[in-house]
Design a protein around this ligand. Structure first.
Ligand SMILES: [Mg+2]
Length: 379
């Protein structure tokens, strides 16, 4: 099955209500998809996390190294691309681009072998995956606490069992927001906070200690991802489990982070960590270091599908006899994004708080090309 063509698709949708995290203002939703064609007529889809323009530049540079190659040689292709482009960066766009290519190759492999991708990755531990709602960004031009409470009330009414909100907007405002949200949700809904690396370890500890009675499941990206020692210090200066890893890349990057006792919960993103090939290796690291794996997910239906196949293969931890421990929850972004549903023939739907792992061949999704064309950005 030889690779004959690689096509990238830029998707952009302007938001009516811009929102912000501690590190970024979102005025539009932007994503990059990759489509790999083969000489037997099969086509595979992948997606890259991060800036679509930068990622596409890397994919264009990688293209000549892919045309004519056997698409089933996924590991050799991964290593070849990494070796050629290592000097351009061992993280970031280099690995985001490889991730998108790798996911498309796993989609192709599943289609070729006529089975779901997760089966080729070793098989699923679960087919139904409980989700948590990701939201609580700061809405531009609106009262922070009022709009936040309105949003999380909606998640409670919709039946979500776990909710993650954004912080990193100032110590006082964050503490007030977290306490208000906990009170609004009650005791039975899990609550997580994500600072998108908006603090240093001193201020992060002040926030964490002030909300220690709010029963938080985790504190995500409290500090910048390269400050591994700050993660380590924060673990000993407050009691909330720390989570992070959405911008840590490859087995080498994640090994370095875990070696330094940074997090209790690792959050690799399959579209950024190096694709499904690398994500599987990262699971081994989680096992060795005794770290829980709860992946990061942010993107279109392609990222959701790839994320669900990855989630399916996360081993239960600990592997108890006679019972199936709950799956880690799947990150289900609730911000406005038409690409979560419009670009596939059968959008993912929540069923009683669970998403179903696709059972079709490959990633198990069918793209609607006419929808992709609608969202082509005007350059
Ligand atoms: Mg995050």
């Amino acid at each position: 099955m030889k690779i004959t063509e690689i096509v990238t698709y830029h998707l952009s949708h302007e938001l009516e209500q811009p929102f912000e995290s501690a590190s970024m203002l979102f005025t539009s939703r932007d994503h990059l998809l990759i489509e790999i064609h083969c000489d037997n007529g099969l086509v595979g889809w992948g997606e890259c996390l991060g800036n679509r323009i930068v990622n596409d530049a890397f994919i264009q540079a990688m293209k000549p190294h892919l045309i004519g190659k056997n698409a089933l040689n996924i590991e050799p292709i991964w290593l070849k691309l990494y070796n050629i482009f290592r000097d351009q960066g061992q993280r970031g766009a280099t690995i985001n681009a490889i991730s998108g290519i790798d996911i498309a190759l796993w989609d192709l492999a599943g289609k070729y072998h006529q089975c779901p991708t997760h089966q080729l990755l070793g098989g699923a531990f679960r087919e139904q995956i409980p989700v948590y709602a990701t939201g609580g960004f700061r809405l531009v031009g609106q009262d922070r606490i009022e709009s936040l409470l309105e949003e999380v009330s909606g998640y409670k009414q919709a039946g979500f069992k776990a909710v993650k909100i954004k912080i990193g907007f100032g110590i006082g405002l964050d503490i007030a927001s977290i306490k208000a949200v906990r009170q609004c949700l009650g005791e039975d809904i899990e609550l997580m906070i994500d600072a998108n690396h908006g603090y240093d370890h001193i201020d992060a500890a002040r926030v964490a200690n002030a909300v220690s009675d709010c029963d938080l499941l985790w504190f995500e990206e409290p500090v910048v991802p390269e400050a591994l020692s700050s993660y380590h210090k924060l673990r000993s200066s407050q009691a909330i489990p720390l989570a992070g890893g959405e911008t840590w890349h490859t087995r080498w990057g994640i090994n370095e982070a875990l070696k330094q006792n940074t997090v209790d919960i690792l959050q690799p993103d399959v579209c950024g960590v190096g694709g499904l090939s690398e994500a599987k290796k990262v699971l081994t690291l989680c096992d060795i270091y005794g770290v829980r794996c709860v992946p990061h997910v942010w993107g279109t239906s392609v990222a959701l599908a790839a994320g669900l196949h990855f989630h399916a293969i996360i081993p239960p931890s600990p592997p108890s006899y006679g019972c199936t421990p709950d799956s880690p929850r799947f990150e289900y972004d609730q911000t406005h994004n038409p690409f979560r549903s419009s670009i596939v023939t059968q959008p993912f739907e929540l069923n009683d708080g669970y998403l179903t792992v696709p059972q079709g061949h490959g990633l198990g999704i069918e793209i609607r090309p006419e929808e992709l064309a609608k969202y082509r950005p005007k350059v």
